[in-house]
Design a protein around this ligand. Structure first.
Ligand SMILES: O=P(O)(O)O[C@H]1O[C@H](CO)[C@@H](O)[C@H]1O
Ligand SMILES: O=c1cc[nH]c(=O)[nH]1
Length: 234
């Protein structure tokens, strides 16, 4: 048991899926896992452990933004021994070629700042995905016939961005999409020698203004979950 996670020792699996939304965690556990058990509800941040194809898996909400994700990822890695952490999140598309519901596999996550900024200070650290997971996810996406993109994303500290110039620069540098957690997840994984990946589904097309409903964001992204699970055990 930690300050933010009520699970007993041994109740968290080595493989953890991390959606931002705790209700997406509930949906994933109830839809994809066998015999899911609620292992955390401290602060309403739901976590479940069950099995997928015989493998132990935990699905745990990360909350929105890097400070929140940092709390859960630190405790999952340091206190519970998580070894593979895969973010399963929504994102906004920053390229015309990326459509609503497309999958983005985040090879690298650029950012203005993460909670690790105070540690890295003058270093422009390059937060990157684990290659084995990335390859497994690309293979799984290919096998499912999903429309997917592999490349760089932008992890922002804000959802409501008052700096359109930043989005323009990101788009011009080929960034596929924007979300709010992956850069810190990748940085923590590097620091602790564990594997991480972000598998994202496009919920907003920032170039056209199209957007999915909150119900879709909670329960509509099955491909992303199946790709993440397949990658974890590839
Ligand atoms: O859908 P999730 O996983 O929460 O991810 C995205 O959605 C939230 C903003 O609506 C941020 O957490 C962003 O990263
Ligand atoms: O536009 C979006 C959509 C999801 N998440 C974000 O951070 N931005």
């Amino acid at each position: 048991m930690t300050i933010h996670i009520g699970a007993a020792a041994g109740e968290i699996a080595e493989t953890v899926l991390l959606p931002g939304d705790p209700y997406r965690a509930k949906w994933i556990a109830e839809t994809f896992l066998t015999a899911p058990r609620l292992v955390n509800e401290v602060r309403g941040m739901l976590g479940y452990t069950g099995t997928w194809n015989g493998h132990a898996v935990t699905v745990h909400g990360s909350g929105m933004g890097m400070p929140s994700l940092s709390i859960y990822a630190n405790e999952l890695i340091r206190d519970y021994g998580a070894k593979t952490l895969i973010r399963v999140g929504s994102c906004g598309a920053m390229q015309d070629k990326v459509a609503l519901r497309d999958i983005i596999l985040a090879m690298a996550a650029s950012t203005l700042s993460t909670p690790s900024r105070g540690i890295l200070r003058e270093i422009d650290f390059a937060p990157a995905a684990n290659w084995q997971l990335l390859r497994g996810a690309a293979d799984a996406a290919e096998a499912r016939g999903a429309t997917y993109h592999v490349g760089g994303i932008y992890s922002s500290d804000v959802f409501y961005d008052e700096r359109p110039d930043l989005s323009e620069i990101m788009t011009r540098h080929g960034i596929l999409g924007v979300e709010m957690e992956a850069a810190e997840l990748y940085t923590l994984a590097a620091r602790h020698g564990v594997r991480a990946l972000a598998v994202l589904t496009v919920s907003d097309q920032l170039m056209t203004g199209e957007a999915l409903s909150s119900a879709d964001r909670e329960r509509g992204f099955a491909d992303m979950v199946e790709i993440a699970l397949a990658a974890a055990f590839a």
